[in-house]
Design a protein. Structure first.
Length: 313
């Protein structure tokens, strides 16, 4: 993956985004050089009448089955931890990260995706009810079995990621090489409560840790804040309502005008050119939205423009 690439987020495929549109988006993404597709076994149970999810993986699997040879051109990222085991009863019945839950989940994900391997498998969120060593060992066995290539931790505290990696090193088990957290150009007030349950934000501590660990890559979700940078009908959550946001948005608008790009494209370029480099997961529901994200790959901000973007706080 090059420095300015992004990951196509497939969370709404098969639910809010119908199957025909989902497949058209996947085709367009691959035709324009896209490689990584991100999903999860639970996507999207909250939009699923049965309350369980699995539609996103299923649509991707049907798409792969109808396009021989495309599997070798793309990489699939999926997750385990959050799928309800009792329809409509979440988070109480979320599958968790026990060894048996992981083994069952990967088997079902492979079946829905119609593939024999997962390129990057994520612990979707921490599970403090299960010994960390049990989770680490279960993930390691998947790599040893050849059904998973790499491992990642999403929505984990940094100290938990480091502890898991230490366990893996001590036991000579494959460890996490990727971290997935929420991050965008504007930031909520410190300690503000977000409306999205379970989202873990990139913190200064996380950035410092990632800079010191070259073996870890950073993926970020909600990178465009659900359209809030460009759509008046998608206001930022109340937690983002503070003077720092106002200052940052003013500079963002200036830079977008200078480079002849949209605000979304500037945000994506800011993320992919940062230190550490962040790989955004971008969810889209139309070809126009996908083309906007694809266009950001050609935008390189100057050192001076990045300085101006970074100065407001």
């Amino acid at each position: 993956m090059s420095g300015r690439d992004f990951v196509l987020g497939a969370m709404d495929f098969g639910t809010k985004v119908d199957e025909t549109t989902s497949m058209a988006l996947l085709d367009h993404f691959v035709e324009h050089g896209g490689v990584w597709i991100d999903t999860a076994n639970c996507y999207s149970f909250w939009s699923d009448p049965s309350g369980v999810g699995g539609q996103s993986e299923t649509v991707i699997g049907r798409w792969l089955a109808q396009r021989p040879g495309v599997r070798d051109r793309i990489r699939i990222s999926t997750k385990v931890r959050q799928q309800p085991t009792v329809p409509g009863n979440w988070p109480e019945s979320a599958e968790g990260l026990s060894a048996s839950a992981i083994e069952d989940a990967v088997r079902l994900s492979l079946k829905r995706l119609g593939t024999d391997r997962i390129d990057l498998y994520w612990a979707h969120a921490d599970d403090r009810a299960v010994p960390l060593a049990e989770t680490v060992e279960a993930f390691g066995r998947l790599v040893d079995a050849g059904v998973v290539d790499r491992l990642g931790a999403s929505n984990h505290a940094i100290w938990r990621i480091e502890r898991a990696r230490q366990i893996a090193r001590e036991q000579n088990i494959t460890d996490y090489t990727a971290v997935q957290l929420r991050y965008s150009y504007v930031q909520p007030r410190p300690n503000a409560v977000l409306p999205d349950a379970g989202h873990q934000l990139v913190s200064p501590e996380a950035l410092d840790y990632l800079r010191s660990e070259p073996g870890l890559i950073l993926w970020v979700y909600t990178s465009l804040l659900n359209g809030g940078y460009t759509r008046a009908d998608r206001p930022f959550p109340e937690a983002y309502d503070h003077p720092g946001t106002t200052r940052r948005l003013a500079v963002l608008a200036e830079i977008a005008d200078e480079v002849g790009a949209t605000r979304n494209q500037v945000v994506l370029s800011w993320l992919t050119g940062g230190d550490p480099i962040a790989t955004p997961i971008v969810g889209v529901s139309s070809i126009a939205q996908l083309d906007e994200a694809l266009g950001a790959r050609e935008l390189a901000l100057t050192v001076e423009q990045r300085r101006r973007l970074d100065e407001p706080a």
